[in-house]
Design a protein around this ligand. Sequence first.
Ligand code: GLA
Length: 692
Amino acid sequence: MTARMNALTRVSGLLYGGDWNPEQWPEEVWAEDVKLMAEAGVNLVTVGVFSWARLQPAADVWDFGWLDRLLDLVHGHGIAVDLATATASPPAWLVRAHPELLPVTADGVRLEFGSRQHYCPSSAVYRAAAARLTRALAERYRDHPALALWHIHNEYGDHVQECFCPASAADFRRWLRERHGTVEELNRSWGTAFWSQRYGSFDEIEPPRTAPGPVNPTQLLDWRRFCSDALLALHRTEKAVLDEVSPGVPVTTNFMSMLKSLDYWEWSRHEDLVSDDAYPDPADPRAHVNAAMNYDLMRSLKGGKPWLLMEQAPSAVSWRPVNLPKRPGLYRLWSLQALARGADGILHFQWRASVAGAEKFHSAMLPHRGTASRGWRETVRFGADLRRLGELAGTRMRGQAAVLLDWDSWWALELDDHPSARMRWPDLLRPWYAALHDRGVTVDFVPPTGAFDGYRLLLAPNLYLLDTATADRLTAFVTAGGHLVCGPFSGISDRHDHIHPGGHPGPLRPLFGVVVDEHWPIPDGAATAVRLDQGGAELRAEHWSEWIDTEGAETVARYASGELAGLPAVTRHRHGTGSAWYLGCHLGADVGRVLDLPLAEAGVAAEVADLPTGVEATRRRAEDGTGYLFLLNHGSAACRVTLGEPGTDLLTGTDVAEGVTLAPLGAAVVRVRPVPRTSASPSPSTPAEERA
Ligand code: GLA
């Protein structure tokens, strides 16, 4: 089979390359760079991410000559360009002319020039300057044959997620006016009758700067919403310029995996393709599980469309306290993992290692030692792997179950003055995800507004904030035969973060057939025993438990120690033709023992049965039904995976009959004949895509 065109950028096959910062090097070095890129199979480079000061050395002085020469050079070598709008680091002359564009912390400290991302998201000066630069670049390069993709800014929200300066305060008031209409409505929504916080007009409102005591939670929640929107407004300004001046060239900005500060459901509506920067820690033996979770989110943001791994480290990063390199084979395995979960390209930070600046110890595709280095050998080897996998471009991976993710709820859950500060979204989600991953079950993420009905099983590790519309949709899902599993401290508050009256889980009480009488957080270091009614297995709850009374639900597990001994800890309620499971406690690593029950009831099984421990298996599918089975051995021992279907391992070109043997950190990508869909497979069109 030949390489398919890559729908992301119209470059053939899978994409390979990285950030290239040629402005850090004399032009003689560029010639060597492109020669080595060709040798490694690089077909896409990201250029210009931090080039503002070079492109526009003064307010009305432009210098595009070097970029003209660079683009011509790479094009001459058959390499395409992901051209950055260069707006992530405003130059010194702009900052000195307009020091008010620097961001201010909640304590009133103005952050200085000398790093990057030193701008206030609501600064009109910064926004106009960024739009001007974007327009200049778009007008100059829109027809350049090397241009394959526009790269807006860089990692919005990396260093600066919020600003408390007067311009931000004014923008916040504008945003509040739009959201609430009248100050009376804002007073109601913020519950300002509490602690005499009533406002007489919008002009009296400030951002939630450092205050003597706890700040109004709805003010904080609205602030989070506003901050995500303020950065998005910047992004949309640049996107509008590109859409106008350079239509038809796809546009992306690099996301930062599951980032709390930006509502990526909303952001991804403004992306032509989703791209992500991922830096799993080689020191963490379970880093691949978290990486899988982030990749599943990236794939899900555009309803399963291929996405791009825009940045990863070829080996060590330079920003952890201790930065371990990737041991031989790990870089290749982790790169294949992104492909296994739907990526159509693997790019890096960065192409050539810097010799100066804050990132001079960060690994690169071309390390300081040059082509004699181990890193370079891995770069060349993986480039060759990608060429063998070219036919994967455009194929899709789909999860067998869905996980509900709602940024609003995440933000509200983690506000202060709750029964326990230990209830944090990533800590609640990760054990659930890990349990599914360990069982070989793949998942997509869905937003609360998504259509869940393509799935048989929907998992909600937490739904602290829940409006009645979502509750109705969840109820309809179960009524129609879906299986819903919900974690503790859910159905607590409405979209203003006001408690649903009448007992938790609020509007979901009838669906789950339970009411929570009181929250019983578990002290740090302590645990409460939970026993499954069937089989009697004993599990460990930590950090959180709830006093639950059933209202029609059956008890699946109950507390076996502590104050709540004998009371229900896990329940199941038949509703319509489906079932609704409620977990009233945080089961940490033991949660899989409970999830096994709804998995079985929903008929959701592993992609490949009887996987050896540490082996990850996913399947991508082409439109013609051809399947691509990824088998990745994250373990340190060789193992054998038995396959029910014959095929060809694309990495080695060998035929595979009954199974494959995987070396430690080894992998296979097996092309298999079209297989009929199983009943547990979701329908071809997934929720977020319909939504988008
Ligand atoms: C981020 C940034 C890059 C670089 C890398 C280093 O992903 O986008 O510019 O700083 O981190 O890991």
